[in-house]
Design a protein around this ligand. Structure first.
Ligand SMILES: Cc1cc2nc3c(=O)[nH]c(=O)nc-3n(C[C@H](O)[C@H](O)[C@H](O)COP(=O)(O)OP(=O)(O)OC[C@H]3O[C@@H](n4cnc5c(N)ncnc54)[C@H](O)[C@@H]3O)c2cc1C
Length: 268
């Protein structure tokens, strides 16, 4: 079956895109492997929600795909190829689409495991998401330039009490449920309940084997229509430069959908 669009990712960018496409009479397929960044988040800054867990938001997105009768499969895309159309290849299947939307979020596998293990449990990679929880309180930050300076600037919007740790000095993190302690290579132990990590989080490698242009920070490069350097290939959400927030991901998804609708409808 040839889909109008294959969307990789069922986060806010992918789902928003799929809904707009479907409502315009197009036939998208959404492929996802897990809850992405929403699996780690608690959202307290989204229009109409005082507070919602990322997982609840993700599941609501899946329900919405279902109620809009949008084909959705839970499989990992292992490779992307281009022939006449685009193909997304998973372990057991190949899916073909006239257009391709990469909405696969950030690749957190770049993060050292000790930080990844406590993501959403004290470790954060997003000052705007989590620093409001520590207004006027002490926060700790570790990372590399230029990300570190930018992160400190953003943390300072919420608190002036910012302690910088040298990321190379950190030996391990510990805590039963949430982060409680950082142990330095010197043996020194620091009790803390938060650690902001300012390291580059790259794009998913699946897009690079197609020849999609990626900038030096790991973002997929897109134009104002969220189109990549490749014909009929679009990107949306965290994988594209800009604020890594749900509302921005939704906006990107909508933008991609408008672009695809214009291209495909003008051909019909
Ligand atoms: C700890 C934490 C706290 C946060 N707090 C907030 C907050 O308070 N407010 C806010 O607005 N934002 C917050 N965010 C950011 C927010 O979660 C992201 O901006 C948003 O989820 C990005 O949406 P997305 O659609 O780009 O990607 P994601 O939501 O990450 O979704 C990516 C999708 O792509 C799929 N995928 C990836 N690779 C493949 C593959 N190879 N094959 C198939 N599927 C694939 C994943 O399974 C997933 O479904 C937080 C993030 C984190 C990590």
């Amino acid at each position: 079956m040839l889909y109008d669009s294959i969307i990789i990712g069922a986060g806010p960018s992918g789902v928003t895109c799929a809904i707009y496409l479907k409502r315009a009479g197009l036939n998208p397929l959404v492929i996802y492997k897990d809850a992405g960044s929403l699996g780690l988040s608690k959202i307290e800054n989204l229009y109409s929600y005082d507070s919602i867990s990322g997982i609840d938001l993700f599941n609501k997105g899946l329900e919405q795909l279902k109620s809009n009768e949008i084909d959705t499969v839970k499989e990992e895309v292992l490779a992307l190829t281009q022939e006449l159309n685009y193909k997304a290849i998973t372990k057991d299947n190949e899916y073909e689409g006239k257009t391709l939307v990469i909405a696969s979020g950030l690749n957190k596998s770049n993060l050292p495991k000790m930080f990844k293990d406590y993501l959403g449990m004290g470790v954060s990679t997003c000052a705007f998401c989590d620093a409001p929880l520590f207004k006027k309180k002490r926060v700790w930050v570790a990372g590399k330039e230029p990300y570190l300076t930018q992160m400190i600037k953003e943390l300072n919007y919420f608190t002036q009490d910012v302690v910088t740790l040298n990321v190379e000095d950190i030996a391990s993190l510990s805590g039963e449920f949430n982060l409680e302690k950082v142990t330095l290579k010197s043996g020194e132990e620091i009790s803390l309940n938060n650690l902001f990590i300012a390291l580059p989080l790259g794009s998913q490698s699946i897009s690079s084997n197609l020849g999609v242009l990626i900038d030096d920070k790991g973002n997929i490069v897109v134009d104002e229509n969220n189109k990549t350097n490749l014909n009929n290939v679009y990107a949306a959400g965290d994988i594209v430069k800009g604020r890594r927030q749900v509302s921005k991901a939704m906006n990107d998804g909508m933008n991609v959908a408008y672009s695809i609708i214009e291209v495909l409808k003008s051909k019909k």
